[in-house]
Design a protein around this ligand. Structure first.
Ligand code: AMP
Ligand code: ZN
Length: 469
């Protein structure tokens, strides 16, 4: 398997630090608002990478942090007149709801900055002891001139960085590129005790401390959006390697931007759609298929027209899956296995994914697979159960298992109004049974959920009647 490594600027053979274990750390959300569809691209592509690593048989530990103390969170809290903690909790919850709807598999750990203050303080102490960090009035800064490799990830020399970067000018710093490891407490801001007085951690140090705590001092893959290469990831390397003297991360992966009219989607530009609002109109599979059709490192111009066209592709996949699912139960014992080489498609899928996670090629393999299988089915339908089972297995392992683009829950188009009535009847009976056994919670839940779907239940002395809103 080959991965393009931002650090070496080359496509490299993937050799884990400690096989078969693979440690992956991805910079997660700052929880001050609902995340937008640009953030979603990074979360979904990271999900596809971890799913594929598991498919390959690696023992993956996938870690995604939540930045839950930050200027943006504090600003929002002050605007609403609530605690920063309340904002962080509200939007962490929203984050988990939305990634679940996007079919993003749960990470093994979701560390929060506020729960790792001790580790962060320890790391800063190490840097201070080594003379790489300095304090000025309760703030602690990283001295970039003390770290030889500064600039190696972004591929820039110090003087280029100084003139080009938008770095905060601050007279307390020795060098404009120096960055805060610890910020002294300001009134009405969350703060913790530390050897430098009360304060809170800088953003970059959180990721160094949390990734090393959960994955060790040297681990395999660190990923995030392209915007994080400089300064965030450059600073993470400086902090971690400065403190441990060991190589921090072996492979750095960066996701291209999701753009709107060639401009990066971002909160600050106001050109964003939240993942939430897009998910109200389109299934997760459409969004994931759209992302998969572009290589993770390339920019992706987002538009609703594009989503609509991808929806058509998704329909093809869904119809195929459901057709096979129907046929599998209709074959008779005597039916034979046709000339069909499933293995060839597994190899093609893996070759695509092994080549720096080439998902557009992987999707093309799935379409080829569907085309070839459909050709067989259009002539003869009575094939052996094994044949249909192999088709479903391929779709389950690749299209669904790795890319997450098979819609299984969709009520098939052939479901008639009579069938819907039968299902409603079943729910009414279940509710009655629940009431009989005094499980009023379940009974109410059924009523409320049906209400949300547009059905009103009324209990009369002749039984329950149902009305459409
Ligand atoms: P944030 O909550 O802004 O820290 O971002 C969370 C993740 O989304 C980070 O990995 C960012 O690099 C990534 N990200 C932000 N904007 C975009 C975008 N327009 N396209 C792709 N990824 C993005
Ligand atoms: Zn980070």
């Amino acid at each position: 398997m080959k991965i393009y490594n931002t650090l070496t600027k080359k496509k490299e053979e993937f050799i884990p630090v400690n096989p078969p274990n693979v440690g992956i750390y991805v910079c997660g959300p700052t929880v001050y608002d609902y995340f937008h569809i640009g953030n979603a691209r990074s979360f979904v592509m990271a999900d596809i990478i971890q799913r594929y690593m598991r498919y390959k048989g690696y023992k993956v530990k996938f870690v995604m942090n939540l930045t839950d103390v930050d200027d943006k969170i504090i600003k929002k809290a002050n605007e609403e007149g609530v605690d920063a903690k309340e904002i962080a909790e509200r939007f962490s919850e929203a984050f988990f709801e939305d990634i679940e709807k996007l079919k993003v598999r749960r990470a093994d750990v979701y560390p929060k900055a506020t729960e790792h203050i001790a580790e962060i303080v320890d790391l800063i102490k190490k840097l201070e002891k080594k003379g790489i960090a300095y304090r000025t009035n309760g703030d602690v800064f990283y001295d970039v001139l003390k770290f030889d490799g500064y600039g190696k990830l972004s591929g820039k020399k110090l003087d280029e960085l100084e003139s080009g970067a938008r770095v905060e000018v601050n007279e307390k710093k020795h060098n404009p590129l120096d960055f805060a490891l610890w910020k002294s407490a300001k009134p009405d801001e969350p703060h913790w005790e530390s050897p430098w007085g009360e304060g809170r951690p800088g953003w970059h140090i959180e990721c160094s401390a949390m990734s090393m705590k959960h994955l060790g001092e040297s681990f395999d893959i660190h990923a995030g959006g392209h915007d994080l290469i400089f300064p965030h990831h450059e600073n993470e390397i400086a902090q971690s390697e400065g403190a441990t003297g060991k190589p921090f991360v072996k492979y750095w992966i960066h996701f291209g931007f999701l753009n709107i009219r060639d401009e990066k989607m971002s909160k600050s530009l106001g050109n964003f759609f939240t993942a939430r609002e897009i998910l109200k109109k389109y299934p997760a599979e459409t969004i994931r298929l759209l992302f998969s059709q572009t290589h993770y490192a390339s920019p992706l111009n987002f538009s609703e027209e594009l989503l609509n066209s991808v929806n058509k592709g998704l329909e093809k996949i869904t119809n195929f899956y459901q057709t096979i699912n129907g046929l599998i139960n209709q074959t008779d014992e005597s039916a034979g296995y046709p000339q069909f080489d499933v293995q060839k498609f597994y190899h093609a899928f893996e070759a695509a994914m092994d080549d720096d996670f080439n998902t557009p090629k992987a999707v093309a393999v799935i379409y080829d697979f569907i085309k070839e299988a459909n050709k067989l089915i259009s002539g003869e339908k009575n094939y052996s159960k094994n044949f249909y089972a192999d088709i479903l297995k391929f779709m389950d392992k690749t299209a669904e298992g790795v890319l997450g683009i098979v819609q299984k829950e969709k009520v098939s188009q052939s479901d008639t109004p009579e069938k819907v009535d039968e299902l409603l009847d079943l729910l009414i009976k279940t509710r009655l049974e629940a009431k009989k056994s005094k499980n009023y919670q379940l009974a109410d839940m059924i009523r409320d959920e049906l209400n949300k779907l547009g059905y009103i239940l009324q209990d009369t002395k002749d039984g329950t009647i149902i009305k459409r809103k």
